[in-house]
Design a protein around this ligand. Structure first.
Ligand SMILES: Nc1ncnc2c1ncn2[C@@H]1O[C@H](COP(=O)(O)OP(=O)(O)OP(=O)(O)O)[C@@H](O)[C@H]1O
Length: 222
């Protein structure tokens, strides 16, 4: 599903953020990406989402090399990936529903179908009752779930999460991880970057560990 072949990423003036990175994530797999601050976790996720480009090497998603993707196919590629961040920058002058609807509206989906999908996504994250609320009136955990609903509303086969629970307390974090497991159960491929070593070792999923831009450990459960 996702394959890195000898990938290097060099940022101008900053040196190499990723070094000779090779890995493969199977369709439907859920894995954690760990490592110290600056190890290259966000960079790896950005390369999959085509927010950044590799300096060397090849990345394949669904068998297609991202380097060969014509420019007009990039929005389509991005629609297949739900990106979840620590800070979702929700629009405070729009309701929860309108925030979640954005990716579908941008993609030109018919209004009735948008409404149906938005309600389904809000239901999945347990926020249907708050569909008309303004994001500013929600708790941090609720805001994070709105961000997740927005990321999954287009039903992407891949979810990439970058420190998704960084500012949440342990109970709220557990809720978010339970949600990820539900997406995993229905066949979504998930890669979750986190510093939460304790949780990662408790959950029995593959762990990819980066150290100074290199993949130094790759294991099922340790
Ligand atoms: N846009 C950028 N321009 C220049 N350097 C960058 C850029 N993004 C990341 N870097 C550098 O690349 C290296 C890897 O950063 P990255 O954000 O991928 O690490 P990370 O493991 O996600 O860190 P954190 O856990 O702190 O988010 C760091 O040295 C960082 O300073």
């Amino acid at each position: 599903m996702i394959r890195f072949e000898h990938v290097n990423k060099r940022y101008p003036q900053r040196g190499e953020a990723l070094k000779d990175l090779s890995l493969e994530l199977a369709a439907g797999e859920m894995a954690f990406l760990t490592g110290h601050s600056g190890a290259g976790k966000s960079t790896l996720l950005k390369l999959i989402g085509l927010i950044e480009r590799p300096s060397r090497g090849r990345i394949l998603v669904d068998g297609r090399s991202l380097g060969d993707l014509p420019r007009r196919r990039i929005p389509y590629h991005r629609r297949g990936i739900g990106m979840i961040f620590q800070d979702h920058r929700l629009l405070n002058d729009r309701t929860v529903s309108e925030n979640v609807a954005l990716p579908l509206v941008v993609a030109g989906m018919a209004r009735r179908e948008v409404g149906r999908r938005v309600r389904a996504a809000l239901d999945q994250v347990g926020l249907l009752a708050l569909e008309r609320a303004q994001p500013i009136a929600l708790s941090a955990g609720e805001q994070q779930r709105v961000g997740i609903a927005r990321a999954v509303v287009a039903r992407p086969p891949i979810i990439l999460a970058d420190e998704p629970t960084g500012n949440l307390d342990p109970d709220l974090s557990s809720e978010i991880y339970a949600l990820f497991e539900r997406f995993h159960e229905v066949g979504v491929t998930l890669l979750i970057a986190t510093h939460d070593q304790e949780r990662v070792s408790r959950m029995a999923y593959r762990i990819l560990r980066l150290h100074q831009g290199r993949l130094v450990a790759d294991s099922g459960n340790w």
